[in-house]
Design a protein around this ligand. Structure first.
Ligand SMILES: *[C@@H]1O[C@H](CO)[C@@H](O)[C@H](O)[C@H]1NC(C)=O
Ligand SMILES: *[C@@H]1O[C@H](CO)[C@@H](O)[C@H](O)[C@H]1NC(C)=O
Ligand SMILES: *[C@@H]1O[C@H](CO)[C@@H](O)[C@H](O)[C@H]1NC(C)=O
Length: 625
């Protein structure tokens, strides 16, 4: 304890520093009592908002985006507390104006003259507009009732690190009941409503707990850059004026000692907290398993259902395995996917992956019913997943397969299928936690339910995309004709590779032609539907892409929009393709399709390279219809 030896001056400095550090840790509580002006008419409570703005480091020297993000995050805390207190998600529309004004005046003491709405691009009414027609806690709970228990068991705890991920997974599960599209950026829209609900109502530490705020509201309340660093800097410069260089070294030592001590304290506190959580809610693994409703089938049950994987029950073949139809004893029709070449070694990973996939639910994504893992002497190791059988088969069946000779799909049905596919994929990319890249979108993976709603299947094979960044993959998985050039050639995998495949499927849907046209072009090379469509579009013959004799055709303008979107999505250059979110917006609204950039070289020239890369690596994943 070297500081006992120091002169009074040093003791003074020491206490000042100590104060600066402890006051920082307690700043939220200390400042909580110092209330700010609040409008009597706005029902939101902006009294406690200043310490939060300070802890989230709102200040004039930050860039606008990070200030707006922090301000929005703090607003979500206020809305969460409001929800907890009143049972309403947001204030009535006629008070929206006064709420913004109260918030403006609170922010004013951090950034003088800051007008949140005009600076951050929020409209007045957004603070009072939620998701669809939900405005109260009970309305929300009625919708998500079946999933509520999982959310409570996974999110009513300290949400640091892995606990955050578990909670987010169950929130992703909960959202499916009603969410029809991601709507990032709004205040309590479909994307944010579940987070506001969980942080305000479910989590026992509440929205202003740093762990909860960070996990659920994307708000950092414990960054090292916040509030008091200014105070600390001021103090340091003061000290440096009055002290010699040598003394500064001692002060440096103090800093080091204090930080070390603080870190130790923080770790100890964290450990205590973890311990409490660990003993309180039982094994973490259990709660993950509990978050889905998967059934673990025995191999005998599956064999009985599929007539021992009889050839007549085979309904699909793919690189990863075959798909069989079957009937359970209770009469339910199921589809069973039987994976090829399994070894017992990967079972833990497989069951975990199945659990995560099962937790991703959306009306346009296939829902897993259960799975089976077994080893027999005769058949070796078996891994199977079970879903409901779709009564209308796949898009491939309707365009090119067993239903193709029947009535052609009408334009309104095709439009619905296109939108459903786009929404399902947008959810995989931007709504699901963790984000998923499908990697094998093709017509036979787009299933159709009894109302011809598109159901995207087979994303179970997708590798989870770490943090959503571009990464290189060593094994290319996909189907010839659908796989994006950059992925096939360089293994570069991004969401935009899915956008490419989506564009190809959309072209198939519009034109009734396969991804690789059976007729060759003039040079005797196989012709891709993307090149064929692009050549027509470039000549201005956009409507010629549409399949002949399609019933109930819509207006030329709308049809052209679909064709242009498909051509844009299947652009060989990755940067030219829109995101799935943008695709949904373009197809749903009057938004125009962006310009289609000219293509670099004929894509067919690259086809040989692609084929060569397959045969060299001996991948078994590619299949051509
Ligand atoms: C919202 O409520 C209105 C009237 O009650 C209804 O017409 C509309 O369809 C509802 N919208 C949604 C998305 O449920
Ligand atoms: C937010 O919601 C409003 C209407 O509620 C909508 O007009 C706007 O486009 C949305 N903003 C974003 C960024 O999604
Ligand atoms: C969360 O846990 C706390 C403490 O165990 C409990 O008091 C509270 O009722 C729980 N909240 C919910 C929504 O279950």
């Amino acid at each position: 304890m070297s500081h006992h030896l120091f002169f009074p001056l040093f003791s003074l400095i020491f206490f000042l520093l100590l104060f600066s550090v402890t006051s920082r840790q307690n700043s939220y509580r200390i400042l909580k009592s110092s209330s700010s002006s609040s409008s009597s008419s706005c029902p939101l409570n902006f009294k406690d908002v200043k310490p939060l703005l300070q802890l989230s480091n709102v200040n004039p020297s930050n860039d606008l985006d990070s200030n707006c993000a922090s301000i929005l995050g703090v607003l979500r805390i206020i809305l969460s507390e409001y929800l907890n207190l009143t049972g309403s998600f947001y204030p009535p529309l006629n008070l929206a104006e006064s709420c913004w004004n109260s918030y403006d005046s609170a922010v004013d003491s951090f950034i003088p003259g800051f007008k949140i709405r005009s600076s951050c691009g929020f409209r007045t009414q957004w603070i009072s507009e939620g998701c669809m027609n939900i405005s109260t806690k009970s309305e929300f709970e009625k919708l998500v009732q079946p999933d509520l228990n999982d959310v409570v068991s996974n999110c009513n705890q300290s949400l640091y690190d892995s606990f955050c991920a578990t909670c987010l997974t169950s929130i992703a599960t909960m959202r499916i009941s009603y969410l029809t599209g991601a709507n990032n950026g709004n205040i309590s829209d479909c994307t944010n409503m579940p987070f506001i609900y969980v942080s305000g109502v479910i989590n026992q530490y509440g929205p202003s707990d740093p762990g909860t705020a960070k996990c659920l509201l994307s708000l950092d309340l414990s960054s090292d850059e916040n509030g008091n660093s200014l105070k600390k800097r001021l103090l340091i410069s003061l000290i440096s004026v009055v002290s010699f260089v040598g003394l500064c070294c001692f002060i440096g030592g103090f800093f080091y000692y204090l930080r070390l001590k603080k870190e130790k304290e923080r770790k100890a506190r964290r450990k205590r907290r973890m311990g409490r959580v660990g003993s309180g809610s039982g094994s973490n693994l259990q709660s993950i398993n509990g978050s889905t409703h998967l059934i673990k089938y025995s191999l005998d049950e599956i064999k009985q259902a599929t007539n021992k994987f009889h050839r007549d029950n085979l309904i699909g073949k793919g690189g990863y395995g075959n798909v069989y139809k079957g009937v359970l004893p209770n009469g339910a029709d199921i589809a069973v996917k039987r994976f090829k070449n399994c070894s017992a070694a990967g079972d833990a990973g497989f069951t975990h992956e199945v659990e995560v996939v099962a937790s991703i639910r959306h009306v346009n994504l296939v829902e897993l019913r259960g799975y089976c893992v077994a080893t027999t002497n005769l058949e070796g190791h078996q891994r199977l997943i079970v879903c409901d059988l779709m009564p209308n088969g796949s898009l491939h069946d309707h365009l090119f397969g067993e239903f193709a000779s029947e009535k052609k799909l009408s334009w309104p049905i095709r439009q619905k299928i296109a939108l459903g596919m786009a929404r399902g994929l947008a959810y995989l990319h931007y709504g699901a936690q963790p984000a998923v890249i499908h990697r094998d979108i093709k017509a036979s993976n787009i299933l159709l339910d009894e109302n011809f709603e598109a159901i995207v299947a087979d994303f179970g094979l997708a590798k989870f995309n770490p943090e959503g960044f571009t990464h290189l993959s060593t094994r290319v998985a996909g189907t010839l004709g659908y796989v994006a050039p950059e992925y096939a050639l360089y293994g570069q995998l991004t969401e935009r590779s899915d956008v490419f495949s989506f564009g190809v499927v959309l072209l198939e849907l519009l034109s009734g032609k396969k991804a690789i046209l059976s007729g060759n072009d003039e040079q005797g090379q196989p012709l891709l539907v993307t090149d064929w469509a692009w050549s027509l579009v470039r000549k201005g013959h956009i409507l010629d892409v549409i399949e002949e004799e399609m019933p109930e055709l819509g207006s030329d303008q709308i049809i052209e929009k679909y064709v242009l979107t498909a051509v844009l999505c299947s652009h060989p250059q990755l940067y030219a393709r829109p995101t799935m979110d943008q695709v949904v917006k373009i197809l749903e609204t009057d938004l125009p399709v962006p310009c289609i950039p000219e293509r670099p070289i004929s894509f067919t020239a690259e086809l040989e390279d692609i084929e060569r890369s397959f045969s060299n690596n001996g991948f078994g994943h590619f299949s051509i219809y």
